[in-house]
Design a protein around this ligand. Structure first.
Ligand code: ZN
Length: 503
């Protein structure tokens, strides 16, 4: 008779060590992005690479594989809903994936990513695609080699998609995107025919410390726990989990804009509340993180857009905002403000795009990734393919590659494939989760007008947050929603923007 409890304990002990190493990396990464002096960069890079290598070695240790093999029959004997069964199942899956890729390839990918990122940081401002082209060719080659490790697959992008959105395949996403596209292109077109909303008053001086006073109040009310988190400034906003008791967020305060810091902060707080809400028992195991890129993004989008750009939200919060910025907003009514923060326009930059056009930016990138991986598009032809798609889908063309193919960091700091679909899955899921929450707890809607979010936060914690990675995204969706469905999202957009633009 195998001593399962002892083996399970041994498994937990080994996983705890991996988790400690990852938490230390996260702390060093946070420090690097916030307060580290420039001089610390070279050695900090080595420290992070070392810790990543150490945690990878420990996680791919054959002794861990042996423990997992021994424990699989035990997991199968438990109810599928049990936490122990989930721990064994999820760790086994991640172990299988991690050990399929040879260490030499992992090293080559990470080496290429850091070189390519370094070159990109200079090439983008210089509008010089030629400089990154050889790196990107190598990235594509490494992406093939990486995907090959998981053969057989239905589509070469599938293994890359599985890294961020496990359980989703290229074919599912293509079908979902086709459905969305058919609805979004005419909606964007109909709005583009109307007079644009005036948002000039959002572009004036708003002192960062006062914006922060406001956003801090909002995210506290959302349920972001400052006893287990903090808010700092970085060039690019992010949320990072050091451990369950310490999930931090960052934002930025570009000159003369209110929207960017405001909504970036709400967005990152959404990611962070997910991580803060994971069951404390999962600490030190692979269950202690959000389950997929798409589900994670659904939580940031829900708070940022579905709540943070809604009329009831601003009914409550606009008086406070206006009292903090009496000069800037003196002549601006609630309705004018609401229209401005929901302005729709055909733009060039994904990260600045509105709710209606955002997914069109994502689809362009997703399709180009597939074409590259399928061998239907060469890297040399990528800049022009980018422009052609923007012209066709959004009716705009960037004047250069800086705001074209060079705009997003993803392809220059990792692999090609699976990098973007999570954003759109997140938008669709945010609306679907919210519709479900409202159906189950109708009091949520009235509470928002009072600036109360406890009911919504509680539903999200119960339905999504607490589970961490216990369920894959498709499992979580099946439990909470039945199936992934674009209808709630499309009706949300049609209702909201139909009213705003009198369609
Ligand atoms: Zn996000």
């Amino acid at each position: 008779m195998t001593d399962y409890p002892a083996k399970l304990q041994a498994l937990r002990a080994q996983l705890a060590e991996v988790s400690l190493l990852r938490g230390i990396s996260a702390a060093l990464y946070w420090d690097q992005a916030t307060y580290m002096p420039r001089g610390g960069a070279p050695v900090r890079g080595q420290q992070l690479a070392y810790l990543t290598q150490q945690s990878h070695l420990r996680f791919t240790d054959p002794a861990l594989g042996k423990l997992l093999d021994d424990l699989l029959p035990y997991a199968e004997s438990l109810p599928p809903d049990s936490d122990d069964a989930a721990l064994i199942r999820v760790t086994h899956r991640e172990y299988q994936r991690a050990t399929k890729v040879p260490a030499e390839l992992v090293a080559a990918i990470s080496q290429n990513a850091s070189e390519s990122y370094h070159v990109w940081t200079a090439a983008r401002p210089a509008n010089d695609f030629a400089r990154v082209q050889p790196y990107l060719e190598r990235t594509l080659d490494l992406s093939y080699r990486y995907a090959e490790c998981f053969a057989p697959y239905d589509h070469i992008a599938d293994p890359l998609i599985a890294d961020s959105d496990y359980g989703m395949k290229a074919a599912d996403i293509k079908a979902l995107f086709a459905e969305l596209r058919a609805a979004l292109v005419p909606l964007a077109q109909a709005i583009a025919d109307q007079a644009p909303a005036d948002d000039t008053f959002l572009h004036q001086h708003y002192p960062p410390e006062i914006i922060e006073r406001f956003t801090t109040e909002v995210i506290k009310r959302f349920g972001y726990d400052f006893e287990r988190g903090r808010l700092d400034q970085t060039a690019h906003p992010f949320a990072v989990r050091l451990n369950g008791g310490d999930v931090r967020i960052t934002t930025r305060y570009p000159q003369n804009t209110l929207s960017d810091p405001l909504f970036s902060t709400l967005h990152e707080a959404g990611h962070a509340m997910y991580e803060q809400g994971i069951k404390a028992d999962y600490e030190g195991t692979p269950l202690a993180s959000g389950t997929s890129a798409g589900v994670h993004e659904s939580q940031s989008r829900l708070w940022e857009n579905v709540i943070g750009r809604s009329y009831p939200f601003w009914e409550y919060f606009y008086p406070l905002l206006r009292s903090l910025f009496p000069q800037q907003l003196e002549h601006i009514s609630l309705d004018q403000f609401y229209r401005a923060v929901n302005k729709v326009e055909r733009s060039l930059i994904r990260t600045e795009a509105d709710e209606v056009t955002y997914n069109l930016h994502v689809m362009i990138r997703f399709d180009l990734e597939l074409e590259l991986l399928e061998g239907a598009l060469r890297i040399a032809d990528l800049p022009e393919a980018w422009h052609a798609r923007y012209q066709a889908d959004l009716g705009v063309r960037a004047p250069d590659d800086r705001d074209g193919v060079l705009q997003d960091v993803h392809w220059y700091s990792g692999l090609i494939g699976g990098a973007f679909q999570g954003y759109t899955l997140g938008n669709v899921l945010a609306a679907q989760f919210y519709a479900k929450a409202l159906a189950e707890r109708p009091a949520i809607a009235d509470a928002i007008k009072q600036g109360e979010f406890g009911e919504l936060h509680g539903w999200l914690r119960e339905t999504i947050y607490q589970h961490g990675s216990k369920y894959t995204a498709p499992e979580l969706i099946a439990r909470a929603l039945g199936k992934l469905d674009t209808a709630p999202y499309l009706s949300y957009l049609r209702q909201k923007y139909g009213a705003l633009y009198r369609l």
